[in-house]
Design a protein around this ligand. Structure first.
Ligand code: NAD
Ligand code: UFG
Length: 337
């Protein structure tokens, strides 16, 4: 069964291709390489034994999408392709709306023309805004605090309206918490361009000596140690969640919504200590001002996915930190080798 994976050379998409291949699916990737590298395909092949078909191009290119659907017998789409940097989205809101929202609409149009109605969307815990309580359940109110977050919320709302009007769709919204870690082979992982925005790649770059010191954004939050608490999930657990969603929801029309998280809150300081333990290295850090827009606590109630999809994150914080470090240590310059 061929599955079109948009953004399939990116961080989560590439790991999901591995999980799809392991489960017997055949991923077909479209990616414009705006935030990933072609050599990811070599690594997917090396780790899985299968080289996915690859179309270098943009999801806003309707003609290209039509030709993919006519050339390949695509049975479903997992839609990762998006711009995703929260800070950048406040500087370039037009680019975020144009890429993420127009791109999704163009993709949905091509799917309709091809008669393909099985769709899995990469959403984010960012749609919960500053949650009134934790752990977060799927029916919590939604709000957003950045143009990036608004692209996710608006796409969720568009998909809800489409599903009501066109009940032949099977639409699954997967709301990811904080993916970290890397494939256990140490051959695939996260390869951010420039200065990392996210905690784990920043920590690994301090560990490898590419950066001097981690800035911890605030230690005066109402949390046990004063630093923010997140639900970090191993990227391979997240990848396997997509396969479960495809297997379970792909056969049911309607709208399906799941949190993909572990259900465990981990603070920034706890993460620094866990990483130090996994790597045997001290991580140089200093406390600086809060980062605007950060919420103090954000972690999932993942029980709906467990109950309905039969999926549960199994990898521990020790696995996540060890795998992130193995990837960084073996590939100091990421995929540039
Ligand atoms: P990523 O940047 O590594 O992967 C996204 C891929 O999409 C990249 O390879 C990029 O080149 C491609 N892309 C972007 N715009 C495109 C376009 N118009 N046409 C074709 N390809 C395009 O990001 P990721 O971390 O793998 O995230 C994947 C998805 O998950 C995104 O939708 C993101 O918003 C969502 N998400 C990520 C996180 C996270 O923390 N990483 C959390 C929640 C949700
Ligand atoms: N942090 C630091 N120093 C850094 C980077 C991060 O202290 O250099 C802290 C942040 O302040 C936050 C925590 O580490 O408390 C996690 O920050 P990340 O940037 O790694 O992750 P966020 O929870 O802020 O954001 C992630 C995704 C977003 C998504 C959001 C909500 O990157 O795309 O989760 O789901 F919108």
């Amino acid at each position: 069964m061929k599955i079109l994976v948009t953004g399939g050379t990116g961080y989560i998409g590439s790991h999901t291709c591995l999980a799809l291949i392991s489960a017997g699916f055949e991923p077909v990737i479209i990616d414009n390489l705006c935030n990933s590298k072609l050599s990811v395909l070599d690594r997917i092949e090396e780790v899985s034994g299968m080289r996915p078909l690859f179309y270098q191009g943009d999801i806003r290119d309707a003609e290209l999408l039509d030709s993919i659907f006519s050339e390949q017998n695509i049975q479903g789409v997992i839609h990762f392709a998006a711009l995703k940097a929260v800070g950048e989205s406040t500087q370039k809101p037009y680019e975020y709306f144009e890429n993420n929202i127009s791109g999704t609409l163009t993709l949905l149009g091509a799917m309709r023309r091809a008669g393909c109605y099985r769709f899995i969307f990469s959403s984010s815990a960012t749609v919960y805004g500053d949650p009134h309580a934790v752990p977060i359940k799927e029916d919590f109110p939604r709000s957003t605090m950045s143009p990036y977050g608004r692209t996710k919320l608006m796409i969720e709302q568009m998909l809800e309206d489409i599903e009501v009007a066109e009940p032949n769709w099977s639409i699954t919204l997967l709301r990811y918490f904080n993916p970290i870690g890397a494939h256990e082979s140490g051959r695939m992982g996260e390869d951010p361009q420039g200065i990392p925005n996210n905690l784990m790649p920043y920590i690994t770059q301090v560990a490898i000596g590419r950066r001097d010191c981690l800035n911890i954004f605030g230690n005066d939050y109402p949390t046990p140690d004063g630093t923010c608490v997140r639900d970090y999930i191993h990227v391979m657990d997240l990848a396997e969640g997509h396969v479960k969603a495809l297997e379970v929801c792909g056969h049911k029309s309607g709208l399906h919504i799941y949190n993909l998280g572990t259900g465990n809150g981990v603070s920034v300081l706890q993460m620094v200590h866990a990483f130090a333990k996994a790597s045997g290295l001290e991580i140089n850090y200093k406390i600086v001002d809060r980062r605007p827009g950060d919420v103090s606590e954000c972690w999932a109630d993942p029980s709906k996915a467990q109950k309905e999809l039969g999926w549960k994150a199994t990898r521990t914080l020790a696995d996540m930190t060890a795998d992130s470090w193995r990837w960084q240590k073996n590939n100091p310059n990421g995929y540039e080798a």
